[in-house]
Write a protein that binds this ligand. Structure first.
Ligand code: GCU
Length: 687
């Protein structure tokens, strides 16, 4: 078995002979494509591999549907597109219409299996569904259809050309080294396999803080090789671009998006890139953000900046411009009570909605600040009607323990995806905006920052992989149950042993609330070090007194950001009326976001009856106490899973237990020093 983790949740460990005997002996896999680089062919090979691992069956791949009828007593697995199946003379009238990338999975009365996609990718996704059911000992369903919620289900790598990874905690990049694309892209193909298995269909391969060297001749050729490595898995690539490339690479005097030479430059780059990557998904752009140049630098609007690239892409395929909404001033003056970084995205983008070209999308972080342990849903989702949106999540646990703390993210994602923005007084849960349903968009969906590196565990921690798996599952089906997803992942990654499944599930389900308790509660954000940019470990004092705008406004008397319209920054008013009304008043603001929206005295009573400060003290004790239980609970799995992964996880859980105490005491002491209010239970203080 793969104890290093390269296969992630695709281990295909063999079923017990009792379970395996319930499955038919498969005689052949019929791939309705002979093109070895097509996802259909990939699917056939994957099913062959899976059957070999899970059922210990050796099954041949063929291409001829007709030959099947000669052996009616044996079961066959047919994989292809619905149209190929129909062209082979088969009846497809019983298959309901599918969305792009959707699939039909069917076992007939003779145990023959049909895995038919709306397109070739769909066939591959169906094959993975078949295998992941089989690996859990679950039978193939009959007449099962599955459609993705949204067409865009992408990953954003933050890999730098020098091989380092921004917010990377798992070794060097699998894509780049020494300013060029790596020669050996084996890991890139393996990564595409993991992505495809959970329905992810696109990837931006380099950091949003991009570099002009990306477009060197050598790298254009290298990007072509990356695209070739991922294409058989139905994964298409795109790139993040550096706005000033015309100046820094071509030596032009300006990068003004309306300058004819700049336009010609980007047209040329786009043409050259398409020679190597004809199916490019597009450009991702971070501009006028955290010191990056952008259209505003040249006195142009954000729409003018985006439309330059939209026009260049229009000449080729269906590539899109994804413009990040993460535009804000990071030299904000805290002495002005009205200043608020959280306001920035709506202020910058709300008037651009009708001005972007039709192949421009806006990518919005789930909350208005920056991947904090708890944030309200970004209000920008309520302002874009014509311009489609992509939500940005972060599997990379930048503010969430950096893969050294276990923090299973779906419960957090659900607070955002299920949130009803009540746009125009109508039901508007975020997942229905992202699916395109709410505003009739054709292209919209999901992106997540993922920091896989060269480490054999991919993310530096075996348990962190549940977030990558779950991200794909949620982009496909955003109303999934977080517990079902972790149970599936655990069975696939470790074993179906109930002790293992229950333990991993309970630790995972408790992990985010636990982390929130000992890091930052009541919507105060993750109280980590932010000025030295590591974003790790407790440093509540670093939140204020700088221009970054992740402020808590904590002083001797009170804490929290007043974001009301009446007396604060006005942020609450960026939401549609019903939601704005809820956040405007302390009484109607949920406790978990109290300090996000209101500046209150430490003695303010919560709905629970506790004061804010006592809640802080208690939550930090509770969170740290729960973190102490993880390692002992994991100990019960000794011998039930392989030793290598057992020890790897145990080591991290012990570390987390210790670090949670550091968090608890630093944060509690800091606030006790600020306000001088004693802990009712006498625990907090310097000893
Ligand atoms: C965060 C993160 C940066 C990143 C930025 C972004 O601020 O700390 O490393 O560049 O987000 O999303 O662009």
């Amino acid at each position: 078995p793969d104890e290093n983790g390269i296969d992630g949740w695709l281990r295909y460990a063999s079923l017990s002979s009792k379970l395996a005997s319930q499955f038919k002996q498969y005689r052949s896999i019929i791939a309705l494509s002979k093109d070895e680089s097509s996802p259909v062919f990939t699917a056939a090979k994957e099913v062959q591999k899976g059957l070999n691992g899970i059922l210990k069956q050796e099954v041949k791949i063929g291409h001829d549907l007709a030959s099947k009828s000669q052996a009616e007593d044996t079961a066959t697995i047919v994989i292809g597109t619905i149209s190929a199946f129909s062209q082979a003379g088969k009846d497809v009238s019983n298959i309901p219409p599918l969305k792009e990338d959707g699939f039909w999975l069917n076992k007939d009365g003779n145990e023959n299996v049909q895995i038919l996609g709306q397109n070739e990718r769909g066939a591959l996704y169906g094959a993975f569904e078949f295998l992941m059911l089989l690996a859990q000992g679950k039978p193939c369903p009959s007449g099962h259809i599955s459609n993705p919620s949204a067409p865009i289900r992408w990953v954003n790598q933050w890999d730098n050309l020098d091989g380092s990874i921004e917010r990377g905690y798992a070794g060097p990049s699998i894509f780049f080294k020494d300013m060029v694309v790596r020669e050996d892209l084996t890991r890139v193909s393996q990564y595409a396999r993991l992505m495809a298995s959970v329905g992810l269909n696109g990837i931006i391969v380099n950091n949003v803080n991009s570099h002009h060297e990306l477009f060197s001749l050598k790298n254009l050729e290298g990007l072509g090789r990356i695209a070739n490595a991922m294409r058989p898995w139905g994964v298409r690539i795109g790139v993040a671009l550096f706005f000033d490339t015309p100046k820094t690479l071509a030596g032009l005097p300006t990068s003004d998006p309306l300058d004819p030479d700049v336009i010609a430059f980007w047209d040329r780059i786009t043409a050259e890139l398409h020679q190597h990557v004809p199916d490019l998904i597009g450009y991702l752009i971070k501009a006028n953000s955290e010191g990056q140049p952008g259209p505003l630098t040249y006195g142009r609007t954000l729409a003018e900046g985006a439309n330059l690239f939209a026009a260049a892409l229009k000449r080729y395929g269906d590539g899109v411009v994804v413009y990040r909404a993460f535009v804000y001033n990071h030299h904000l003056d805290e002495s002005n009570w009205k200043n608020d970084r959280a306001n920035a995205a709506v202020e910058f983008f709300k008037d651009m909605d009708t001005l972007f070209a039709d192949n421009v999308l806006v990518q919005i972080k789930y909350g208005p600040i920056d991947f904090q342990v708890r944030e309200p849903t970004s209000p920008l989702f309520a302002h874009l009607r014509k311009t489609p949106a992509i939500i940005e999540f972060q599997v990379a646990q930048e503010y969430l323990g950096q893969q050294s703390h276990v923090c299973y993210l779906p419960p957090l994602w659900k607070t955002i995806l299920d949130f009803d923005l009540r746009i125009d007084g109508e039901s508007s849960p975020v997942h229905k905006i992202l699916s395109g349903e709410r505003f009739g968009w054709k292209q919209s969906g999901y992106a997540s920052v993922v920091n896989v590196g060269s480490d054999s565990t991919w993310l530096g921690s075996h348990l962190a992989m549940s977030n990558l798996y779950a991200y794909g599952r949620y982009a496909w089906a955003p109303t999934s149950d977080a517990e079902d997803v972790i149970r599936d992942w655990t069975r696939l990654t470790f074993t179906s042993n109930p002790t293992v499944v229950d333990t991993v599930t309970s630790i995972s389900m408790e992990s985010w609330p636990t982390y929130e308790n000992y890091s930052g509660n009541l919507g105060i954000q993750t109280l980590c070090e932010i000025t030295k940019t590591c974003h790790y470990g407790p440093r509540p004092d670093s939140m204020d007194g700088n221009g970054w705008g992740q402020w808590t406004r904590a002083d001797a008397h009170g804490i929290g950001m007043d974001r009301t319209v009446a007396t604060g920054t006005g942020y609450a008013g960026q939401y549609p009326t019903e939601v704005a009304k809820m956040y405007e008043k302390i009484e109607t603001t949920p406790d978990e976001l109290l300090l996000w929206f209101h500046h209150v005295p430490y003695t303010q009573r919560l709905k629970s009856g506790k004061t804010v400060i006592q809640h802080f003290y208690d939550a930090h004790y509770e969170g740290a106490a729960n973190a102490q239980t993880f390692a002992p609970r994991w100990e019960a799995l000794r011998g039930l899973i392989d030793d290598a992964r057992f020890k790897h996880v145990l080591f991290r859980l012990k570390y987390q237990a210790g670090h949670s105490l550091v968090w608890r005491d630093s944060v509690n002491n800091f606030y006790m020093d600020k306000c001088g209010i004693a802990d009712e239970h006498g625990r907090v203080g310097h000893y």
